[in-house]
Every structure is written in C-alpha cells, then in structure tokens.
Design a protein around this ligand. Sequence first.
Ligand code: AMP
Ligand code: ZN
Length: 156
Amino acid sequence: MDERIDPDACIFCQIVAREAPAHRVFEDEQTLVFMDIFPVTEGHTLLIPKSHCTNLLDARPHELEAVVAHSQRIAHAIRRVIAPDGIGVFQLNGAAAGQTVFHYHMHLIPRMRGEPLALHGRRLGDPERLAETARALAAALEPGAHAALRATRDTR
Ligand code: AMP
Ligand code: ZN
C-alpha cells in the first residue's frame, strides 16, 4: 500500500498546477474538484487535496476534513443536476485495492437503481459532455440553485 510516486510525475499534481487539462468544478486553497475523465456514470467527480499525498494513510487530517466537507456540497450539486437514485463515495488505497492514481482522491459516483456497481469507467468521457457537466455542477454549488442537466447518460 506504499506506492509512493514523485509529485513531478503525478497527473493530479499536474492538473493542480494547470500543466494538464481537467474539467474543473470547484477549487479553493486546499482542495480541487474535477470530472473523472473515464466516468462510470454521468457526473462522476473526483475531489483531491491540492498538495500531494499518496492515499488515506499519508494524507494530512485537515486536508481530509476539507475533502469530506466539500464532498457534501458536491453531492448536493450532483443531486440537483443529475438527480440520481444514490451517490457512491469511493476511495481506494493501494494497487491491491484498485487504486490507479497515487494521489489521494475521493470519487463521487451518481448511481441509478438496478445498474451494476462499477468503480472504474471503461470509456473516455466525451470532452464536451464532461465540460457541460462540470459547468452545471459548478453552477449548482450555489445554495438554492436548480441547474437541470437531467442526464441522457450517454457517457457509460
Ligand atoms: P483510482 O482507481 O481510485 O486511483 O481512480 C483514479 C481515477 O482517476 C480513475 O477513475 C480515472 O478514470 C481517473 N483519472 C485518471 N487520470 C485522469 C485525468 N487526467 N483526469 C481526470 N481523471 C483521471
Ligand atoms: Zn500528486
């Protein structure tokens, strides 16, 4: 469970530094939220601390707290925008647990009743669709917002 990588070679650190592209939903000093590029479902979102850590075991507690607090706001935005039957919160630690990017991250995955459970998407998301969903989620972060992007769910 100790798959440490050089932050210079970390794709999520590159996204934080804007050296790699991402469909951003929200950021503040400590936390960045963006769309998973291989979405399991429409609205699949990742939350990360901006400073590099590998997984739950070496993440700094105040950064974990920030991710969890933001996950509640993002979950409300997902509910407003996607209107799923449920939202899965997943966080994998170590390759043996299925972790593939070794910078701590939390997945928020909208779930519909009856769909098979999956943790990783198989297809690259359509960039325009990801951008549209990111914009809709960002707009829905405002209290009382009711952005409607009732999904056509064509990214699965
Ligand atoms: P995990 O298996 O929990 O480590 O999940 C890593 C997630 O990061 C997967 O769901 C990938 O689809 C996603 N991912 C990998 N590279 C990128 C990227 N450049 N932008 C957005 N999501 C990514
Ligand atoms: Zn990193």
